[in-house]
Design a binder for this molecule. Structure first.
Ligand code: CP
Ligand code: NVA
Length: 313
């Protein structure tokens, strides 16, 4: 396994080998079990990140990511501080290079939710501490670690599962393509022509022996699926709202579509959700939905990501 060190970034799943990703997930699962019954603010046994500080930079809105990273550092025995991108000198023209150098002098790791993936890469290049991708326009790998933990808990395995992505071929879809390839499940993506998944991600998956296919037909994608996944039709930063609403209307995950998947199929969504748009209330609030467990697992998965980035696991 490649050595984790004080400068191990978590930028995209494709950057890390499957054994490292699986090691992070197994740690997350064990640590989640180990703290059952503890109050949410209690520090884990051994305080794995005692004395360590995380900076969190947000250029976009967040509920889950902000709260789960902050509580992750609390439970690991470390500390965290939040910076809103708009209030930083970055917003007044200070370069990303200088910002990266300065941040590296104050904290041990930095988590970034950036408008542009290039910002994140520049921080990693010019700083000297681990950089964690907390969503960019390209990808959302921390979400996928939580999703994988949830599927491991539910099915007891990832390999061989059949997953259907229905809707916009967006940043979360890109991370799903990378996860499918690293963890060995098949992925059928049903997307309209105007909002196809990243061609580069699909090419990469193909070259790595992944099993990801794109169709325009939601019914074909969900046939025999173990997992059906949806996300918002309009992501943060998207401006073509009307075009999206009409192109994506046939891609709603509703009770009829879920009935075409396996009877044992589960529904996932990274949240926030828009009932009546990408998913009906009957599905997201129904018995097949894993969304609350999925949201909780952001916390558990990220604790292990943080510990790996800082060389503790
Ligand atoms: N799923 C997710 O990243 O949620 P937030 O935007 O609330 O952080
Ligand atoms: N695709 C969504 C995910 C939000 C967590 C967005 O980028 O806005």
């Amino acid at each position: 396994m490649p050595a984790a060190g004080p400068n191990s970034h978590f930028i995209d799943l494709k950057d890390l080998p499957a054994d490292v990703l699986m090691h992070i997930l197994e740690t997350a699962k064990a640590w989640k079990q180990a703290r059952i019954g503890l109050p949410k603010g209690a520090v884990d046994a051994g305080a794995p990140l005692a004395g360590h500080a995380l900076a969190m930079i947000f250029e976009k809105s967040s509920t889950r990511t902000r709260m789960s990273f902050e509580m992750a550092m609390q439970q690991l025995g470390g500390s965290s501080l939040v910076m809103q991108g708009g209030t930083m000198q970055l917003g007044r023209g200070e370069s990303i290079e200088d910002t990266a150098r300065v941040i590296s002098r104050y904290v041990d790791a930095v988590m970034v939710r950036a408008n542009s993936h290039e910002t994140l890469e520049a921080l990693a290049t010019h700083g000297s501490i681990p950089v964690i991708n907390a969503l960019t326009d390209r990808s959302h790998p921390c979400q996928l670690m939580a999703d994988m933990l949830t599927l491991m808990e539910h099915f007891g395995r990832l390999e061989g599962l059949k997953v259907a992505w229905v809707g916009d071929g967006n940043n979360v879809a890109t991370s799903f393509i990378e996860a499918a390839t690293r963890f060995g499940f098949s992925l059928e993506l049903a997307c309209p022509d105007a909002y196809l998944p990243s061609a580069g991600a699909l090419q990469w998956a193909n070259a790595e022996g992944g099993n990801c296919n794109v169709t325009g037909d939601p019914a074909a994608a969900v046939a025999d699926a173990d997992v059906v996944v949806a996300d918002a039709w309009v992501s943060m930063g998207d401006e073509d709202v009307d075009e999206r609403m009409s192109a994506l209307a046939p891609y709603q995950v509703n009770e009829d579509l879920m009935a075409k998947a396996k009877a044992t199929a589960v529904f996932m969504h990274c949240l926030p959700a828009h009932r009546g748009e990408e998913v009906t209330a009957g599905v997201i609030d129904g018995p097949q939905s894993l969304v609350w467990q999925e949201a909780e697992n952001r916390l558990h998965a990220q604790k292990a990501v943080l510990a790996w980035c800082l060389g503790k696991i």
